[in-house]
Design a binder for this molecule. Structure first.
Ligand code: GAL
Ligand code: MG
Length: 994
């Protein structure tokens, strides 16, 4: 027996031809509370519920739009590649959750006379609809609209609408994106009334002349209901961004379609930087009376590939992108309007200029916002068949599935074709590369020759206009930029591919802490015109907000709902946390892709304008000079005129400082006036230069001679203000009191382990595995010798040699820590680490860890801040004086892991409220992190609620720390950011603060 939801040849029934999404006619929203019944199978779902008089009083109420799993029906299920059920296309399981929906509505007055259509913007994955007991039709394709003509069924007064949705269908096989499996009517439902004869669809094209100055606007409209040729006329009116009419035109409707156009002189062109939108008003007139009117936005822009370079309005642009899934921590894939705005604002405020709508067309309003706020979009077809692999037996290569593949593409292109923001169509994601892709590409090219076609799966670029890859390493990317990569294969194909631009449709896997090396990626991209940009994977962590039994909030990931199979926290890999708080990765991205770059020249500064279309007139700039972090002088920086892609040289805004200390010049570029997306004063770009380095070397303070009491197992050192007990057996401090207060609970001790980050490769592979295999998470210490020596200065020196090594192997690290205690109560630490053995692996970190008393909650430091930073992700860290509480220093990654490091720190003080505490000084710098969690706590925890919030503070000072990379899916840290085992030596000072 076949049925409609297990038959890929059926993509819909009675669905109207797809068309552009614009405001036409009058709309009545059918969102809101619907009656709802949930059944575990299709067969057990209520029969005949669409019939008049069906008693649904026992049913529940469910909000539409929504994903039913987010409201207690069934459960969310996360898989990356795997289908969650046996692969048996087009069959789906008997256990096929089915939602039955009912609602009544009253037809507004006067609607009877026209045409009424029923529209669903997104239903996952199959639905059938009835109105007043009569079957209207069915549709598949979860994230593309379906419209039905219900003019003949709808009636005056009360109407009853019934919809049945199946979670699984043959369509599911085409929707294997890496995300939660969620179902139901998850986007808007509406009724649209138009006159009987009306403008049904419009396709505008804006082409520019060869100088990109004057435009030609072509309007191609489909008119529904015309009976007599020549009876109607379409009149166009074009309003410029300020609302003035700039163009008019008209054409007589002869058949079903009308095509006309006209030139527009020197229109303001649309770009992400200056998203100038015109309004096109089309009126359908019969004689003097206007029978229908539609209105939508038009942007004048052309996308081209010329000489292998991707260009917008003639200019080689760089797409500074992110991959955006639709996710909301409480609502799943149902995204409130204000959340879409939030995403757009966050992107714009972080210098992002492009979005790939991975891996399906977004809610249509999102694209309106991209037009309006200015974001370039790669609009991606709702097609992924990852679970079939990439071979020829993928269903995208099977003729029975051609209709379904093509249908999805057509419905996306038709819906979104008028958006200036859409600069490329994408055939989908990870769906092999089959014959059906060719069909999709051929149709698209013929329907819309104005946009290039993207598809990462087409490595030979037979159907695509750009070469696209994901997770390419930086050295490989550089080679692609130089057209020196991928030269194997059929000569003609290779040559054709080399003529195409290169895009990284995914890179910088932002899972947990990271990604590293954004800077190096962008140096590579700016190094070649062929490289048109890159899209971080991905925008948001798809965590689902939950509470523990005791009420603690946390974000759930794969497996937390008892699903099988699942891919755990691989769904938590975004630049923003599930609650849309930016993660350090986004802050770093903003800095790396900033549109103004300032460099130091021999006698001044060089400003580069990295905008593609605008000068720097919308910015204002200031400079400030600080000594050791304290402001000395500041002023306004006059910005010269710098055309896009040009540079200008400026003198230094201040004279070169001569005094003691470290002198740092900051230059800041901010918005001079408010924009649609940020207030005036919003930071766009900045730069910092050390004009003069500190000349002072850390020195020991003089003081009275230190008193020593020595025994076989302990050593007591004291001075007027302090008292330090040393454990001779374990070779470390037992207690240290200054001015009567305990400074330490434990340590310092050598520390080499970090709680692995997702980008250490996870449990599956990667460096984390070899670190654990080497036993670096279980190091043991054997104290070799403890020697005490009184120095001439009155200070006392304790030299501890030890061997720190993993169990069960002969490998180990020879460590020496020399403590020099001076009469003022300060402590100088000289550390050396040597490795007699060859280590195949790197080290997570090389540093010292100590535990500080509970009250030490205040942290201030001079170094990079305010956010966390690591060796390959520290561009956004500004050298300055910063303050935070220990709690604030913790970055709450959904899956707990190493976090909160601060790099290039000159000194850090951790104190109680009174300011009394401990200060560590680098020579010249150190890394620090301070937490209420130990490394082991972070390592053990799988959820935030697993972390025991300890009263005491773990302070870790690192001499070196392994990079982040993006090896949860992409490459490991660059060689220069890996912490290789080599001899280490450093000197720091620890002093009590008053
Ligand atoms: C890519 C895929 C994405 C996502 C990512 C890993 O291969 O296109 O959808 O799965 O890997 O997070
Ligand atoms: Mg996939």
């Amino acid at each position: 027996m076949t049925n409609d939801f297990e038959n890929p040849q059926i993509v819909g029934q009675n669905r109207l031809a797809p068309r552009a999404w614009f405001a036409s006619g009058t709309t009545k929203s059918l969102n809101g509370a619907w009656r709802f019944h949930y059944s575990p199978t299709v067969a057990e779902a209520p029969q005949g519920f669409h019939q008049q008089g069906f008693d649904s009083r026992q049913w529940d109420t469910l909000e539409v739009p929504s994903c039913w799993q987010m409201h207690g029906y069934g459960r969310p299920h996360y898989t990356n590649i795997l289908y969650p059920f046996p692969v048996d296309p087009p069959r789906v399981p008997t256990e096929n959750p089915t939602g039955s929906y009912l609602r009544e509505f009253t037809l507004p007055e006067g609607w009877q006379d026209g045409r009424v259509r029923l529209r669903f913007d997104g239903v996952d994955s199959f639905f059938r609809v009835w109105l007043n007991g009569q079957e209207v039709g069915l549709s598949k394709g979860s994230r593309i609209p379906a419209e039905f003509d219900v003019s003949d069924i709808v009636r005056q007064g009360q109407n009853t609408l019934a919809v049945q949705v199946h979670q699984w269908s043959d369509g599911t096989y085409l929707e294997d994106q890496d995300m939660w499996w969620l179902s139901g009517i998850f986007r808007d439902v509406s009724l649209i009334a138009t006159p009987k004869v009306h403008i049904e669809d419009v396709f505008v094209d804006t082409s520019l002349d060869s100088k990109y100055q004057d435009a030609y606007l072509t309007i191609d409209a489909r008119i529904h209901g015309v009976q007599t040729e020549g009876e109607y006329e379409v009149r166009a009116e074009l309003l410029d961004p300020t609302g003035n009419a700039v163009h008019g035109g008209a054409a007589v409707v002869l058949g079903e379609s009308v095509n006309f156009g006209g030139s527009v002189e020197r229109p303001r062109k649309w770009s992400a930087e200056d998203p100038a939108l015109y309004t096109l008003r089309l009126r359908l007139a019969k004689g003097d009376s206007v029978v229908d009117q539609v209105e939508f936005k038009v942007g004048f822009r052309v996308v081209e590939i010329r000489n292998g370079v991707f260009r917008i309005n003639g200019q080689a642009v760089k797409l500074k992108g992110v991959n955006r899934h639709e996710h909301h921590p409480d609502l799943g894939r149902t995204i409130p309007y204000k959340t879409m705005v939030e995403d757009v604002l966050l992107m714009k405020r972080h210098n992002v200029n492009a979005v790939r709508t991975s891996h399906y067309p977004p809610h249509p309003r999102f694209l309106d916002m991209c037009d309006q706020y200015g974001l370039y979009v790669i609009d991606e077809c709702d097609l992924e068949t990852h679970g079939f692999g990439y071979g020829p037996d993928n269903i995208t290569n099977i003729p029975e599935w051609e209709v379904a593949c093509l249908d999805r593409m057509q419905r996306m292109v038709e819906r979104d074709k008028n958006h200036p923001c859409v600069v490329m169509w994408s055939l989908g994601n990870e769906a092999g590369c089959g014959q059906n892709h060719k069909t999709m590409a051929d149709w698209t090219r013929q329907r819309d020759p104005s946009r290039p076609i993207h598809y990462e799966g087409d490595s030979e670029t037979r159907n695509t206009d750009v070469l696209s890859q994901m997770y390419t390493s930086i050295p490989d990317l550089i080679k692609h930029g130089a057209r020196e990569n991928w030269l194997e294969g059929e000569e003609e194909m290779v040559q054709a591919r080399l003529r195409k631009p290169f895009v990284l449709c995914e890179y910088a896997h932002a899972m947990g802490n990271g990604p590293g090396s954004l800077k190096e990626y962008w140096e590579a991209i700016y190094g070649s015109d062929r490289l048109m940009g890159a899209f971080v994977w991905e925008w948001i962590d798809h965590g689902i907000r939950q509470r523990t039994a005791s009420g603690e909030e946390f974000f759930a990931y794969g497996g937390d709902f008892g699903e099988h199979p699942h891919d755990s926290n691989f769904v938590i890999d975004g630049l923003i946390f599930p609650n849309r708080v930016p993660s350090p990765g986004l802050v770093e991205y903003k800095k790396v892709i900033e549109p103004v770059v300032v460099e130091r020249t021999e006698d001044g500064l060089r400003v580069t304008n990295r905008y593609d279309f605008i000068d720097l007139g919308h910015l204002s700039a200031t400079w400030s000079l600080r000594r050791d972090g304290e402001l000395v002088q500041s002023g306004v920086l006059a910005i010269p005129h710098v055309a896009p892609h040009e540079t200008a040289d400026l003198p230094l805004p201040c004279s070169l400082p001569k005094g003691e200390g470290e002198w740092v010049l900051d230059v800041d570029f901010v918005l001079a006036t408010e924009t649609l997306w940020a207030k005036s004063g919003h930071g766009i770009a900045w730069a910092q230069f050390v004009l003069r380095e500190s000349q002072l070397a850390a020195s020991m303070a003089a003081g009275p001679a230190v008193q020593v009491e020595d025994s076989a197992t302990a050593l007591r050192l004291s001075g007027p203000t302090f008292d330090l007990e040393f454990d001779r057996v374990r070779g470390r401090i037992r207690s240290w009191r200054a001015n009567g207060i305990d400074l330490l609970k434990d340590g310092p001790q050598f520390h080499f382990w970090r709680a692995p980050i997702d980008n250490d490769g996870g449990a599956r592979a990667g460096i984390q595995t070899s670190w654990r295999q080497e036993g670096l998470d279980h190091l043991q210490e054997r104290v070799g010798s403890v020697e005490v020596q009184s120095l001439d200065s009155g200070a006392v020196q304790i030299t501890v040699t030890s061997r720190i090594a993993p169990p069960a192997t002969r490998k180990g690290l020879d460590c020496v820590l020399v403590y020099t205690v001076d009469g003022s109560g300060g402590l100088t630490l000289d550390a050396t680490v040597a490795s007699p053995a060859e280590w195949e692996t790197t080290l997570p970190r090389v540093g010292l860890r100590m535990t500080l008393p509970a009250a030490f909650e205040k942290v201030s430091w001079y170094g990079r801040g305010p956010g966390e930073s690591y060796i390959d992700s520290k561009e956004a860290g500004r050298i300055g004086r910063w303050q935070a509480t220990v709690d604030e220093l913790h970055t709450p990654y959904v899956f707990p892991q190493e976090n909160g490091n601060r790099t290039d720190v000159r000194w850090v003080a951790v104190t109680g409220k009174s300011g009394f505490g401990l200060r560590a000084e680098g020579d010249p710098t150190l890394n620090f992190s301070a937490h209420h969690y130990t490394t082991e706590d972070l390592d053990r925890a799988a959820h935030t609620y697993d972390l025991p919030h300890r009263e005491e503070v773990t302070l870790i000072l690192d001499h070196r720390h392994h990079g982040l990379g993006s090896n949860s899916c992409g490459p490991a840290p660059l060689p220069q950011h890996q912490l290789k085992v080599e001899p280490f030596r450093w000197t720091w000072r620890l002093v009590p603060t008053v």
